[in-house]
Design a protein around this ligand. Structure first.
Ligand code: ADP
Ligand code: BMX
Ligand code: ZN
Length: 291
């Protein structure tokens, strides 16, 4: 059976066909629309699935936001241009006329990465550092989703009580500091208005403020990882997302983590499936529930 997998992030939408051996056959990307209305996202999804749906037998969606009963509810609507709610499964079922499941993007990516490690690992955490900071927890070989879908939303744990307000309503969340949007929001002077990609490019060129912004993100992530180790005793933390996978970022997190007491350190790995982790994880989950 071929799965049409869709990944909805705060910056980009991706879709691909995944065959029964879990190979990514075809992949398309579009920019996520910045609109408070549901129509814009619906139009983009229609464009994304159009070239692929006829060759698939089921649909698997990995999406940013809390996913419960097939609907997306943003914990941080600012990441989606202000869009707070979207009836994902209902819309995509109507567009494709195929059976469809949806899961949070970081939970899906955690499931895919766990599949690559499960011979040696039973307890792991996946973190995406992207538009936001998302997480997925595998405990004793099981993906934690929670009764309301909130499990693993580690980007909304406290990093700094004096830090910036997060779009979720809390003050000083990890996401408000470490994420692509958090990095861009803190940029000043000649970097003001730049996105995280540009800021990291400038950091490579030796720009002092850009280097400081990159370090602040990596240090915040390292502290989160120490907290995660203390709360889950995970065997490793896998890092994905475009910020997380950018050159030198993982090494920087690792350097900051080595400054924590040994008890709170854990193995750090870059996501093996890189930008396809969410797509593959959702396809694996769909394989389990839609035969
Ligand atoms: P999504 O959040 O839609 O899943 P990404 O994982 O691509 O998408 O994350 C988007 C964020 O990553 C944006 O803030 C963007 O500026 C940032 N980004 C993209 N490429 C890089 C890079 N090479 N280095 C640092 N940040 C990057
Ligand atoms: C936010 C939250 C999470 C998501 C994470 C990473 C929303 C819309 N999303 O914390 O559900 O997993 O961002 O999302 O509230 P991404 O878009 O950066 O991949
Ligand atoms: Zn928050």
């Amino acid at each position: 059976m071929t799965t049409l997998a869709i990944d909805i992030g705060g910056t980009k939408l991706a879709a691909a066909l995944i065959d029964k051996e879990m190979y990514v056959i075809d992949r398309y990307e579009l920019a996520t629309p910045a609109s408070k209305t549901q129509d814009a996202l619906q139009i983009c999804l229609a464009e994304l699935v159009a070239p692929l749906a006829a060759r698939a037998q089921r649909v698997a969606i990995a999406s940013t936001g809390i996913i419960q009963d097939g609907a997306l509810n943003a914990i941080n609507p600012e990441n989606l241009g202000g869009l707070a709610h979207f009836p994902l499964v209902e819309v995509v079922t109507r567009l494709t006329r195929l059976p469809c499941i949806a899961v949070n993007d970081a939970q899906a990516a955690a499931w895919a990465e766990y599949h690559a490690l499960r011979e040696e690992i039973g307890d792991m955490v996946f973190l995406t550092v992207s538009t936001g900071v998302g997480g997925g927890i595998i405990s004793d070989g099981r993906l934690l989703v929670g009764t309301g879908g909130l499990a693993g939303h580690l980007g909304h744990t406290l990093a700094d009580p004096n830090g910036p307000r997060c779009g979720c309503g809390r003050i000083g969340c990890v996401e408000a500091i470490a994420s692509g949007r958090g990095i861009a929001a803190a940029a000043k002077d000649d970097l003001s208005g730049c996105d995280a990609k540009t800021i990291f490019f400038r950091a490579q060129q030796g720009h002092p403020q850009a280097i400081a912004l990159k370090q602040r993100s990596a240090q915040t992530l390292a502290r989160l990882i120490a907290d995660i180790k203390a709360s889950t005793d995970c065997q490793c933390v896998v890092i994905g997302g475009s910020v997380g996978l950018s050159e030198g970022y993982l090494d920087l997190v690792s350097t900051f983590l080595s400054g924590e007491p040994k008890t709170y350190r854990t193995q750090l790995l870059a996501a093996r499936y890189k930008h396809n982790a969410g797509l593959l994880g959702a396809a694996l989950l769909a394989q389990e529930v839609i035969s």
